[in-house]
Structure formats: structure tokens, C-alpha cells
Write a protein that binds this ligand. Structure first.
Ligand SMILES: Nc1ncnc2c1ncn2[C@@H]1O[C@H](COP(=O)(O)OP(=O)(O)OP(=O)(O)O)[C@@H](O)[C@H]1O
Ligand SMILES: [Mg+2]
Length: 140
């Protein structure tokens, strides 16, 4: 069985931020996916969605439900990440004061995405954009 969900996320869209990951969570619950995987996808999806709103010029988050695994893709159209190894470090953040006052900017989003997925791949090109693909096993 295959199933796909896709949500656009705009830059600075804090009002609806979190909506896509909530809908993804609900869908996975309805599909009867195990709770541990739902938790992992929810965390990874939320972090990815917030990064789109905070750091990107806009993009989308998509979920594919395949036989035995889920694939979460988070892609945007810029500005890209100049040093991926640095961005992946726990605690590294370029978030400004305004964003930090809202409770973001701990520099934990990307590490959380990597730690909660069974496979994690990030590609980014400055001036072009960033694409993150995560896989989650659903067979226990
Ligand atoms: N989609 C993106 N486009 C451009 N830069 C990004 C993107 N995602 C992350 N970054 C860069 O990588 C840094 C680290 O991201 P990460 O999600 O780990 O932390 P954060 O968003 O700053 O804080 P937190 O996620 O803990 O609220 C960001 O501060 C930003 O500089
Ligand atoms: Mg983040």
C-alpha cells in the first residue's frame, strides 16, 4: 500500500507551524502505525517543519507510507546551508533573538531528526536550497 501526504510551509509561518506534523501524526495513528514510530516521525516532522518556517524561504514536507517503511522529505528553495557538518552539531544555531524568545534556537532540530530516524540524508546548496530525506522502519 502506498499513501502520500504533502504540506507547503511558508517562511515565518508561525501561526500554522506545527500543523503539518500534527496532520501527519493523525494520519499515522489512523493507519495503525506503531506508537514508537509515530513518536519518532512526529518529532522529526515537527523539527523539519519549524526549520522551514524559521530558516528557509519556504518549502514542503511530505510523507510517503510504503510497505515496511515511512519516508519523510523536507525540502526548501533556499537559502541553503553553507556548512552542513557545523549545522548538524548539537547546540549550533543561527537563530536570532526573536526566534529564541519563541523558544526555538537550541540547535537541536537537525540532531533530533537524525537521532529519531533509521536513515537520514541531508543535501544543501547555498543559493539553491536544502533537502532532507528520512526513513523510518515500520515493521517490528
Ligand atoms: N532549511 C534550512 N535552511 C537554511 N538553514 C537551515 C535550515 N535548517 C537548518 N538550518 C541551519 O542549521 C542550524 C541548525 O538547525 P537546527 O534545527 O539543528 O537548530 P535551530 O533550528 O537553530 O534550533 P532548534 O531546532 O533547536 O529550535 C540553524 O540554526 C540554521 O543555521
Ligand atoms: Mg531547528
Amino acid at each position: 500500500m502506498t499513501y502520500e501526504l504533502k504540506f507547503d510551509v511558508e517562511r515565518g509561518d508561525f501561526e500554522t507551524a506545527g500543523l503539518a506534523s500534527r496532520k501527519i501524526k493523525k494520519t499515522l495513528q489512523q493507519l495503525g502505525i506503531n506508537n514508537k514510530t509515530i513518536r519518532q516521525v512526529s518529532i522529526a516532522g515537527y523539527e523539519g517543519e519549524m526549520n522551514l518556517a524559521i530558516h528557509s524561504d519556504g518549502g514542503y514536507i511530505s510523507l510517503m507510507v510504503l510497505d515496511g517503511e515511512l519516508v519523510l522529505v523536507i525540502e526548501d528553495t533556499g537559502p541553503g546551508i553553507p556548512d552542513i557538518a557545523l549545522a548538524m552539531q548539537e547546540g549550533y544555531s543561527t537563530a536570532g533573538d526573536e526566534v529564541r524568545e519563541m523558544g526555538f534556537g537550541a540547535g537541536m532540530g537537525l540532531p533530533n531528526m537524525r537521532n529519531n530516524s533509521d536513515a537520514f540524508e541531508i543535501n544543501s546548496e547555498p543559493g539553491v536550497g536544502t533537502r532532507i530525506e528520512m526513513h523510518f522502519n515500520t515493521k517490528t
